[in-house]
Ligand binder design. Structure first.
Ligand code: ARG
Length: 510
């Protein structure tokens, strides 16, 4: 394997494994070589996919998706299409992951296909937009689900919004502290929260099935279910609906990050994707059908947290149980996202495209200091993102989805490009070309559609991505960084080595 550190010494910054705690090298453990063996089998792979995809979206996206799509029927269709897109994307990533088994995810594939500058632009955007907005979004939903049971009818009020944001900021702080104290603790937290979210969804789905059997099908009746559907001309609205849906499915690429730790990857990766993502799609569809069996379209659009409305109507005195489980689910997803940030930055710093100190690991704990440092940075930016009055689930989703899909599209364009530029490279798994083509078309649509409806977030994102170009040339290509900055980084690195008990892994220094 072409990773820069021997596999026994690789730090536990693997996104997929980190998000589920599987295959993790624990804080304080000696790297025995056992923990990073190829020990993720088919079931493990499915668990990683399901565990990382289900988080906040299924409890937060239905409202925005329904509002934009205009009808329950169209909303369900969009939920299903998002599932198909996730399968197509993940299948294409399976080819990349088995062809280029190096850490770094999108960063590594874009670098392999298009070179250093585009790869830097990805690392730069991931560091400052994608990862922080991910954390901020999930924590906002955490705050909303904690607050809504106490103020069921007034979550839109600005003072309540402030409380939600304070809780979100608090969650970000707790997650950062937990992750710094111990990766082991963070991984344990993960297992507990995964169970909580599955329980919440099972409760909602079973209740929905019972309601349907009792004949509550108004929102799902043939003709009724499509009244109000957004027209084809309202391209931006449909794009907005997809933005909400795709957030709930995000994480489909995560198994790919740990392709090196999957047993028999050429078979198990495609299989785990083929089983895991359709499973999540079915769970999401059933959950939405359950929402519609209990709540009307208007109730979902006008209300705040959909699962709280659902619970208040169905569970009486036990209604508190759902928001508690949802808060656990979102907290787990945020914890997983924070745990997973490391590998991209780690790989980028090894290649000299981010400061070198990010590639250092702790001498005895073997924890990924780069991951931790970047995590602090991402947490800090996530805090900043919560400050503007206008920042909310839907505005942050606009930034996140636009930036992510620019790079999902670029990564998969890289796959197609490499089919021509490296026709003889070994490809243990070759994806059927229709899948990447569908993703590229979807990415183009998702990048262009928001410009017709709400262009500002996409415009700022683009500006930001391109702002990385001069940064790249000044600091990396021509290395013109001012002396004081170089000295500062050198002093910081020295300080880390001296007091932080960390150093470069053997092969990083050459
Ligand atoms: N789908 C998740 C949710 O609904 C968000 C996943 C964020 N992305 C990730 N790679 N962890 O909360």
């Amino acid at each position: 394997m072409s990773s820069l550190i021997p596999s026994e010494e690789r730090p536990p910054s693997t996104p997929g494994s980190a998000e589920t705690g599987e295959g993790l090298l624990m804080n304080g453990d000696k790297p025995t070589g056992v923990s990073l063996k190829r020990d993720v089998g088919l079931i493990g792979g499915i668990a990683i996919i399901v565990g990382t995809m289900i988080g906040s979206g299924i409890f937060a996206s239905p409202r925005g998706l329904l509002e934009a799509s205009g009808s329950s029927g169209m909303a369900l269709i969009i939920w299903a299409i998002c599932g198909v897109l996730a399968v197509c994307g993940a299948m294409a990533y399976a080819e990349l992951g088995t062809m280029i088994p190096t850490s770094g995810g999108e960063y590594t594939y874009i670098r392999e296909a298009f070179g250093s500058l585009p790869a830097f632009l990805y690392a730069w955007t991931a560091c400052i937009v994608i990862k922080p907005s991910q954390l901020a979004i999930i924590c906002l939903i955490f705050g909303e689900y904690i607050v809504t049971p106490f103020f069921p009818d007034c979550t839109m009020r600005s003072d309540i919004q402030h409380i939600i944001k304070l809780l979100a900021a608090f969650a970000i702080a707790v997650i950062t502290v937990v992750n710094c104290l111990s990766v082991k603790l963070a991984a344990r937290v993960q297992v507990f929260f995964t169970a909580a979210k599955l329980l919440a969804l099972a409760l909602i789905i079973i209740t929905g099935i019972v309601r349907l059997c009792q004949g509550y099908t108004t929102e799902l009746d043939g003709a009724n279910s499509f009244t109000g559907t957004a027209t084809v001309g309202e391209i931006g609205l449909i794009g907005q609906a997809f933005y909400n849906g795709l957030w709930a499915y995000d994480g489909w690429n995560n198994l790919n990050y740990i392709s090196e730790e999957v047993h028999n990857p050429n078979k198990n990766i495609p299989r785990a994707i083929g089983i895991g993502i359709p499973l999540v799609t079915i769970v999401y569809l059933l959950t939405n059908i359950a929402y519609f069996a209990v709540l009307s379209k208007e109730e979902i659009i006008e209300g705040g947290a959909v699962a709280v409305l659902f619970a208040n109507k169905m569970f009486g005195v036990m209604a508190w149980i759902i928001p508690v489980f949802v808060a656990c689910s979102t907290f787990g997803a945020a914890n997983g996202s924070a745990l997973s940030s490391g590998r991209v930055f780690y790989a980028a710093s090894r290649n000299g495209e981010l400061p070198k100190f990010m590639a250092m690991i702790h001498n005895s704990r073997f924890t990924p200091v780069p991951g931790l440092i970047v995590q602090h940075l991402a947490s800090f930016i996530a805090w900043l993102m919560l400050i503007p009055e206008s920042s909310s689930f839907s505005t942050l989703i606009d930034y996140f989805t636009f930036a992510s899909w620019v790079f999902y599209g670029a990564t998969i364009a890289g796959l197609l490009y490499m089919r021509f530029s490296k026709p003889n490279a070994e490809r243990p798994f070759r994806v059927f070309l229709v899948f990447p083509v569908i993703i590229i078309l979807a990415a183009l649509y998702l990048i262009i559609a928001p410009f017709s409806q709400n262009p500002l977030p996409s415009f700022f994102c683009l500006l930001f991505i391109f702002f990385g170009v001069p940064v790249y040339f000044i600091f990396i290509y021509y290395d013109l960084s001012p002396k004081w900055l170089d000295n500062g980084i050198a002093r910081f690195t020295f300080w880390l080595q001296k007091f932080g008990d960390i150093s470069y892994p053997e092969s990083a220094e050459d």
